[in-house]
Design a protein around this ligand. Structure first.
Ligand SMILES: Cc1ncc(COP(=O)(O)O)c(C=O)c1O
Length: 369
């Protein structure tokens, strides 16, 4: 028995995307960002493929994600913030931790001393993201105090961009200026960092200055999956890594005037051949596809009719009358000469690719090829 809905991840394309990002980001190294189970695609196979492709380290958001990546032979780093009760197990596991304020730095230092270990840390600098971290204006004082704490190896410093998806953002440039001022203040204190990083996928594409010295590392998530959020230039040649397929459950010819689905938002204008596809919003399909999206069956576009329900949606088979129950249905990806990219769903839903990928349902089978 097969799963009705399958998300197929092409690991060779993922690795090719990683290498393409490396090519554009050079001389910076590229750290994959695999938080939230690799944006919902499945962190285990993806992390192994990227380490095999040369990834020198991996970034995640929180401790359970970090623990899942132990044993890959590369450092694992929590990016933005750490909670007090997370410090003990993370120091014990040797996870690289963010320094967001002096109180947290003191807790990490104390825990490292207690365990007889050195905690490797990166200063998380807030140069304008407004989310977490040391305010850039307060960074010189913070660095002076943190550098004096025992048990810490402050090997890195990072910041994050809120507007890098815009090509040529003046605010992104201002953040880079702020970052450089902090680096100069650190230098004056005799502090040097092994890793200096700021760029995410958007900045790799739109802010080339964030891929040059003093930066020597970039953090890349969404581009690895062949998706992007860039309103500006797309410098990295990417290919989509995922295909989402379902299957046709029933085929019928309905009389003219038949209302379809919840809310009766569609009525057949004439006798119409329709198909019931076994996939719905529980599988992560946006409700916004209702009456607006299409699927691909036998290489032909079949428009979605009426409102999606939790487990099913209805499509017109007018242009693909030979379709039969059991036929594969491409929801995202390529079938013959046609392709439905993640971005199409993002546009219909009024969101970005991250939201679409992270929303793919838990009952969807993940396959890796
Ligand atoms: C701090 C930080 N760096 C890097 C990334 C990776 O971003 P992207 O997927 O746009 O490459 C994220 C993800 O949101 C992040 O929070």
């Amino acid at each position: 028995m097969r799963h009705r809905v399958v998300l197929r991840v092409d690991l060779a394309t993922l690795s090719a995307n990683y290498r393409a990002v490396c090519g554009v980001a050079a001389p910076c190294a590229v750290m994959p960002v695999l938080k939230a189970n690799a944006y919902g695609l499945g962190v285990g196979p993806i992390a192994r493929a990227l380490v095999a492709a040369g990834a020198p380290r991996i970034a995640v958001a929180e401790p359970f994600e970090a623990l899942r990546l132990q044993g890959l032979g590369v450092p694992v780093q929590i990016l933005s913030a750490i909670l007090p009760d997370e410090i003990e197990p993370m120091v014990e596991a040797g996870v690289t931790l963010p320094l967001t304020d002096l109180a947290t730095a003191r807790l990490i230092s104390g825990e490292a001393l207690r365990q007889g270990r050195t905690a490797v840390c990166h200063v998380a600098l807030d140069t304008g993201m407004g989310r977490a971290g040391v305010l850039w204006q307060e960074a010189p004082d913070f660095l002076r105090a943190a550098a004096a704490l025992p048990g810490l190896d402050i090997e890195g410093i990072l910041t994050h961009f809120p507007l890098a998806y815009q090509g040529g953002s003046a605010f992104t440039r201002e953040q880079l200026r702020r970052f450089r001022r902090v680096l100069a203040a650190a230098e004056a204190l005799g502090l040097r960092f092994r890793w200096v990083h700021a760029a995410n996928s958007d900045a790799i594409n739109n802010a080339p200055e964030a891929c040059r010295p003093p930066f020597n590392l970039v953090r890349c998530g969404i581009n690895l999956h062949g998706a992007f959020d860039a309103a500006g230039a797309l410098r990295v040649p990417l290919r989509p890594v995922l295909t989402l397929t379902a299957r046709l459950a029933q085929v019928r010819t309905l009389p003219a005037g038949t209302p379809l689905g919840y809310g009766h938002t569609y009525r057949t204008p004439r006798p119409l051949r329709v198909g019931t596809v076994a996939a719905g919003y529980a599988d992560g399909l946006p409700l916004a596809l209702s009456n607006r999206g299409t699927v691909l069956i036998r290489g032909v576009a079949a428009p979605i009719l009426g409102r999606l329900s939790m487990d099913y949606l209805t499509v017109s088979l007018e242009d693909v009358p030979e379709a039969v129950p059991g036929d594969p249905v491409t929801l995202l990806g390529r079938d013959g000469g046609l392709e439905i990219p993640v971005q199409d769903w993002a546009n219909l839903k009024g969101t970005h690719a991250y939201d679409i990928i992270c929303s793919i349902g838990t009952r969807v089978a993940r396959e890796y090829v």
